[in-house]
Design a protein around this ligand. Structure first.
Ligand SMILES: [Zn+2]
Length: 440
């Protein structure tokens, strides 16, 4: 009996995506005038492979075997040692990586892979959030943020504004190119999340002028200048608010309640033992100093026998009994940028906070972006590659999946990632399966 390999879209397989990433790197001009030994493409690809394999060092094991597979699977011509890779990548400007994120995203669009992620009437839910991934008293570089303490000591840090398309019903998230929060050349001033968000939104619209987004963020983002930025760029929003931080808004809601303008709504989910209670009101001022900034407000309690969870948001989408449940699910899905994105990068083998090498200029930022790119490629496979899904299901966890991938990568001569995944699914000694692709 022959085994039929899981079907999948060929150009969204790991091999096709590695090829796409490599061709993207190849279009980035080398900043070195006459380079002879290792190309910039190979240096970028080796860092990408390091994060793709979740391996802190590419040549730590069997050098010959690893080099062979880096050649066949990641398309590298010459493999630099780790030190050389860091030297070449340190001066690289992080912004050159944007086009590679964009080309993977295009491929997802072309394969219609994003369609199941549409949240509401053609709109994607886009979660934005800042995160720190490095902090030190001693190690630092030109782009480190600096905090000077009262005793004169300095803490150096790196942060970024992450962005991902999310959906309340899906575990997969599709990250976009993050916006680094860094100290900029020639300035002493630290960058901040708000400025990073402005830059992010401008570039988002340059890259995707026609895509429809509903942005979701935590309550730090619910301020008039930021909401104006979102509006100027044609972005809808569902943003957290907190009574302590938005006192005037909550007073307005209270006044609206007395005036009979607030709608209450309740839904019972007996199977789950939950009561969903809402109150909402449209068209209230965000705060006293921006009375012309009108928002729609919704508040939500999820009640079970032993627990009550409480959330509140503002949105520019008109809230009604018909859509309030769905909008609430969009607002609550925001945690996926923390849980499914940042925590996955920190705890599921990617070692986001691990010091892969800091560099003097941009290395730390370039590494963080390449790690996010490797995560994007992994998430694309998780969404689209049936072979990847089958191996993941068989092994039961990502951690085991990465461990087995690395074990085979360093032990066997392989032609492709597909061969590696097939070996994990069917075992190495079985006759090769009949491979069936659909032709899309
Ligand atoms: Zn630094």
């Amino acid at each position: 009996m022959s085994i039929v390999a899981p079907r999948g879209r060929k150009y969204l397989s790991a091999d096709a995506l590695f090829n796409l990433v490599r061709s993207g790197f190849a279009t980035i001009p080398d900043y070195r005038p006459s380079e002879t030994d290792i190309s910039l493409t190979d240096a970028l690809m080796s860092a990408f492979a390091m994060f793709s394999l979740k391996s802190p060092s590419l040549l730590a094991f069997d050098k010959e075997r690893a080099e062979g597979n880096l050649h066949t699977i990641y398309g590298m011509e010459r493999v630099p040692c780790d030190t050389r890779m860091r030297e070449i990548l340190d001066p690289v400007s992080p912004k050159v990586l944007r086009l590679v994120f964009k080309s993977v995203f295009r491929q997802l669009q072309r394969g219609k892979a994003l369609e199941p992620m549409v949240f509401l009437e053609g709109y994607y839910l886009l979660a934005l959030d800042g995160t720190g991934y490095f902090s030190s008293k001693t190690i630092h570089c030109a782009s480190c943020l600096q905090k000077v303490h009262r005793n004169g000591s300095i803490t150096y840090a790196h942060q970024m504004l992450g962005a991902a398309i999310i959906h309340p019903d899906m575990r997969t998230v599709i990250p976009l190119m993050p916006e680094p929060i860094v100290k900029h050349d020639g300035t002493d001033k630290n960058d901040c999340e708000r400025n990073a968000a402005k830059r992010f939104v401008t570039k988002l619209r340059q890259d995707h002028p026609h895509l429809k987004f509903i942005v979701t963020e935590d309550s730090l983002s619910s301020n008039a200048p930021h909401i104006e930025t979102l509006q100027v760029h044609g972005l809808h929003y569902i943003l957290g608010v907190k009574e302590g931080d938005h006192a005037s808004l909550f007073e307005q809601v209270q006044a609206a309640e007395h005036a009979g303008r607030v709608t209450a709504y309740e839904r019972h989910d007996r199977a789950a033992g939950l009561v969903h209670r809402f109150r909402f009101v449209n068209d209230v001022p965000l705060n006293a100093s921006h009375a012309d900034m009108r928002v729609n407000f919704m508040e939500y309690w999820e009640m079970s026998d032993d627990k009550v969870q409480h959330f509140s948001w503002v949105t520019d989408l008109r809230v009604s009994k018909r859509n309030v449940f769905h909008l609430m699910r969009g607002g609550r899905a925001r945690w996926k940028i923390e849980n499914e994105t940042f925590n996955t990068l920190k705890n599921q083998g990617y070692n986001f906070e691990h010091n892969y090498g800091h560099g003097q200029q941009n290395l730390s930022v370039v590494f963080a972006l390449l790690m996010m790119l490797a995560f994007l490629v992994d998430q694309t496979q998780q969404l689209c590659c049936a072979m990847f899904q089958a191996v993941w299901a068989k092994l039961g966890s990502k951690r085991l999946l990465w461990e087995w991938m690395r074990a085979l990568f360093y032990d066997y001569a392989l032609e492709s990632m597909r061969q590696l995944l097939e070996a994990l699914l069917y075992g190495l000694k079985k006759p090769p399966p009949i491979v069936a692709f659909d032709s899309s």
